[in-house]
Design a protein around this ligand. Structure first.
Ligand code: SF4
Ligand code: SF4
Length: 464
């Protein structure tokens, strides 16, 4: 700013609070269906039992992850990585085909904002009542409504935080600890942190999260092309816009179908005017489609002035079938191919996974020693992980050198999902091998479960 110029130019626009008008219609029903589905899963899953324990539990303390019948250990991290890769690729594929449908219908930010807005509407009334309340001076009635709204928001937020932590600590235990006011410091921290994030994001920040904070919103334009399905205003049909009486003939007045009622702007949760064209702020929620269809019904014009379409579809006047034919284009085929290959690989490796893991660790304290009759002995520590939910007995044997044998217990019992460390004493007859290190193999086989066996390599040391 020049020194002699006292005009201050702000580079930041102050946020204008958006009070979206409520809307009904096909897409509003889909949004609510997604709210129910996602929240039934999120709130309900931690309460589901499987094999007398929580069906989905990421038990960080015990370093075990339970996914229904699967018990995963940190060594199985590759599966979780694979799951994340599949989720990310699915999102890429979905975005390339259907644009921001995820943002508008299933993203947690959208879903919680929808729930919080529903509470707001129940307590403070519809859009015009809320705008009046915003502008009214503080009074007992206003304070009462505001307090009730925030109490309800906080209740939902805390329940959300509690459910989130219930994926990492058995939720029934967590419930009992909460009732006894005996939550541990970390449990309390995460319940409050996640609850506070939900309260802040869905109650206050709302569209700001989508516009400025969400990384997915930043890079998804790279996945868009002219055949991606987006919410579009048909400017050729709608313009020139203008108010008119219901009986008036728009053609005679030189008008298009848009009656300029601005309802599409009033229902928009991000406060944009879709008639200005594709904007990155549009989350694809289709609220403007619902309300505009309603307006078209009322004035007696065909629906679809605002609709799901593609840029190519709009430019060429294509119908839905013609646009869907373009869905199978090279980038979609590449995403689909990679996604299918990874999902198939992940599924196969999970299907073929042996529910038994063994780590062989050499006993550093006793590298190699001579025992009775001149035999050479090496001691190893076997960490046997039983990744099933029943107690298992395992037979241990060793091979790889002539006459090599196990001098310790050849059978061991490991409780369900437990890890047991077993000392394995391996002996070799005198002069069976030259001095130095020789490869041997441990074989661990479940005695009651056919095909469950693991072979692990180790090195047997013969001293000079
Ligand atoms: S709702 Fe439809 S008719 Fe009304 S302003 Fe928006 S585009 Fe025009
Ligand atoms: S422009 Fe329409 S689809 Fe986009 S965010 Fe606003 S209401 Fe939703």
């Amino acid at each position: 700013m020049p020194a002699d110029d006292d005009t201050m130019v702000s580079l930041y626009a102050a946020r204008e609070k958006i009070q979206p008008r409520s809307v009904s219609g096909v897409f509003a029903r889909w949004r609510w269906l997604m709210v129910w589905l996602t929240q039934l899963v999120f709130y309900g899953l931690p309460w589901l039992q499987w094999n007398a324990r929580q069906a989905v539990l990421f038990d960080l303390e015990a370093r075990r992850f339970y996914l229904f019948g699967l018990v995963l250990y940190p060594q199985d991290f590759i599966y979780l990585t694979g799951l994340l890769v599949v989720s990310a690729l699915s999102l890429f594929l979905f975005t390339a085909v259907a644009g921001r449908l995820w943002c508008g219908f299933a993203c947690p930010q959208t879903v919680y904002t929808e729930i919080f807005m529903w509470i707001e509407k129940r307590v403070e009334g519809d859009r015009s009542a809320r705008l009046r309340l915003d502008n009214a001076p503080m009074s007992a009635a206003k304070l009462g409504k505001r307090t009730l709204k925030h109490v309800l928001w906080i209740a939902v937020a805390l329940w959300t935080g509690f459910s989130f932590v219930g994926y990492f600590t058995p939720i029934r235990e967590l419930g009992a600890l909460t009732l006894a006011l005996a939550l541990g410091p970390w449990q309390l921290f995460w319940v409050l942190f996640y609850g506070f994030a939900t309260y802040g994001n869905a109650g206050f920040l709302r569209e700001q999260v989508c516009k400025y904070m969400c990384p997915y919103a930043r890079f998804q334009s790279a996945m868009f092309d002219r055949d991606t399905m987006i919410v579009t205003y048909d400017a050729r049909r709608g313009e020139p816009r203008g108010a008119r009486s219901k009986k008036a003939d728009p053609k005679a007045m030189g008008l298009g179908s848009c009656v300029d009622c601005t309802l599409c702007v009033q229902v928009c949760p991000t406060g944009i005017d879709i008639r200005k064209g594709l904007q990155y702020d549009c989350i694809g929620c289709a609220a403007c489609i619902d309300v505009c269809d309603d307006v078209m019904d009322k004035v007696g014009y065909p629906r679809g002035l605002i609709r799901f379409s593609t840029e190519n579809g709009m430019a060429n006047g294509w119908n839905m079938r013609q646009m869907l034919r373009r869905a199978w284009r090279p980038r979609v085929l590449v995403y689909t191919g990679v996604l299918l290959a990874i999902a198939l690989g992940l599924g196969l490796s999970l299907f073929m996974r042996t529910p038994l893991k063994v780590d062989v660790i050499r006993d550093r304290g006793a590298l190699a020693r001579q025992v009775e009759e001149g035999r050479v002995e090496n001691v190893f520590r076997l960490q046997i992980m039983n990744a099933t939910e029943t107690t298992q007995r395992y037979a241990i044997s060793v091979s790889g050198l002539p006459g090599v044998s196990l001098a310790s217990d050849a059978e061991v019992e490991v409780l369900s999902t437990e890890v047991r460390a077993v000392a394995a004493r391996v002996q070799l007859p005198p002069d069976a091998a030259s001095p130095g290190s020789h490869p041997i193999q441990f074989h661990i086989r479940a005695t009651d479960a056919a095909g469950v066996q693991v072979t692990e390599k180790a090195a047997f040391v013969v001293p000079r």
